[in-house]
Design a protein around this ligand. Sequence first.
Ligand code: ATP
Length: 234
Amino acid sequence: MSLLQLRRLHAFYGVIEALKGISLTVDEGEIVTLIGSNGAGKSTTLKSICGQVKIQGSVLFGGKDVSAQPPHQIALEGIAHVPEGRRIFPRLTVKENLEMGAFSVKDKKQIRERTERAFAYFPRLKERYHQQGGTMSGGEQQMLAIARALMMQPKILLLDEPSMGLSPILVEQIFEIIQELNRGGMTILLVEQNAYQALQVARRGYVIQTGEILMEDEAKSLLSNEQVKEAYLA
Ligand code: ATP
């Protein structure tokens, strides 16, 4: 059984149908990537899973249909969303941002342990512990956004364009961390415009175009597919 399964999912913004019946699965322990051009529906797919858009069809998580649940309940099920543009709390410190990520945890000791675990992946954040989030670099803010999501010990991470706007070195670092998280057992659904690097780290990929799944395959096969090369890897 897949950890996450979308079945004939439609998403709507008013009368605009942004997703036209997409189906996809993510198995436990996988990195799956969703690639496609601007406006194809990648972000909408992640928002649909999190209960942030109006949908039809089903979202099964661990076999349970969560599509009618409110966003905070879906988060508590173990689905963490790191939205595009790393929406951290700019006026709060790194420490406070991380604590917000563990909103459902009351035990201080548990919060400390989770913070330490997040620092193992992001040592830079430890150095910035008391700094205001908004004063850090783009890369550090992206790291904070991911670390904050980890604070709820999710079963799956939905990452929306984590490499966006970062320098090449930081892009490398972010993809390195994504792989490390996965080696540590984290299941990841990764949305990227940087299709080449996303397919390098993923096991499987889906190509989405105007709200429909155009192709799905092993990431390796997509990397060598002529149509994919021409449209997304050029
Ligand atoms: P990008 O990389 O530009 O974010 P994307 O593949 O993530 O692209 P989405 O943001 O999911 O694409 O957008 C899918 C479609 O839904 C687009 O046609 C977009 O214009 C439309 N759309 C997205 N958000 C809204 C909104 N809040 N209101 C109306 N239409 C929207």
